[in-house]
Design a protein. Structure first.
Length: 133
């Protein structure tokens, strides 16, 4: 079941659709995704180590930063990531909160209070992780 769910999620199937296809409850899908995420966190360093042993030190990497939001645009998040430029293998990734900008600034502050800008420390953390490889 976990492999089928992983395959569906990798194919950009929504959680609701995955539950319908696999004939399981949506809560079960959410729990299994949490489990798969924990497994991926354990496997990822091993995958990177094996890549470096096979291919050598990564000489060409790319860094980018995406912006998304938690459950409302008033709660934006930043997602810095570093990938190997030839294989697009994710080397390092993290997420952090950031303050709202533009016309939503006042509304966000009034509804949710101050949101600290954690982009710089998170970017440093991502870069530190990448220097190992």
């Amino acid at each position: 079941m976990n492999f089928k769910l992983w395959h569906l999620e990798a194919s950009e199937v929504s959680q609701r659709r995955a539950a319908l296809i696999l004939k399981i409850d949506r809560k079960t899908v959410a729990r299994k995704l949490k489990f798969l995420g924990q497994e991926a966190r354990l496997i990822h360093p091993k995958l990177l180590d094996s890549f470096v042993k096979r291919e050598g030190v990564m000489h060409s990497i790319q860094m980018d930063e995406m912006e998304s939001f938690e459950h409302t645009k008033c709660k934006p998040i930043s997602i810095p990531l570093i990938v190997h430029s030839k294989t697009r293998l994710i080397v390092s990734i993290d997420a952090c909160s950031m303050p709202a900008k533009g016309p939503l600034t006042r509304l966000a502050y009034r509804k949710y209070g101050p949101r600290f800008d954690r982009r710089i420390p998170t970017l440093r953390k991502v870069l530190r992780k990448a220097t190992v490889y």
